[in-house]
Design a protein around this ligand. Structure first.
Ligand SMILES: [Zn+2]
Length: 136
């Protein structure tokens, strides 16, 4: 009986129209980390900063500070000079997105940062035009 019900559900779901991709929430890219000796390498760093439309330096500066470790950008990888929990790396990338990438008004990641002064930049949304000052 339960099996029949499952089958019926499957049938119902398979008949639903395909999910539309437009208007879906932006997915923050997941860092693929691996430890190499005493270092942590983010193997897909290039993919992350380009998805966020930030320079490799902007994002790495934040990560070095938040993770309290120095590091170097090496091609498409970011090398952190200590062992860091990958979950922590991803938490920091998420908080970077929330502060410096995602528009608070419309939730889209189509933003850029305009310089205001040494400590403040303007997060400008290209989708809805909202502006918000952010501190560095
Ligand atoms: Zn917006």
């Amino acid at each position: 009986m339960a099996e029949e019900y499952e089958k019926l559900l499957d049938k119902l779901y398979s008949n639903l129209p395909a999910k539309r991709t437009s208007g879906e929430r932006f997915e923050i890219p997941i860092a693929k980390c691996f430890v190499q000796g005493n270092k942590t390498v983010i193997g897909n760093y290039g993919e992350i900063y380009s998805r966020l439309r930030r320079t490799p330096e902007e994002l790495s500066k934040y990560l070095f500070k938040e993770l309290a470790t120095p590091g170097v950008i090496s091609g498409q990888q970011l090398i952190l000079q200590s062992k860091v929990n990958p979950r922590l790396v991803n938490e920091k990338i998420t908080s970077y997105c929330e502060i410096y990438v995602i528009c608070r008004e419309c939730g889209k990641p189509d933003t850029h940062l305009d310089a205001v002064n040494r400590n403040v930049r303007m997060l400008v949304c290209e989708a809805c035009g909202a502006k918000k000052p952010v501190r560095f």
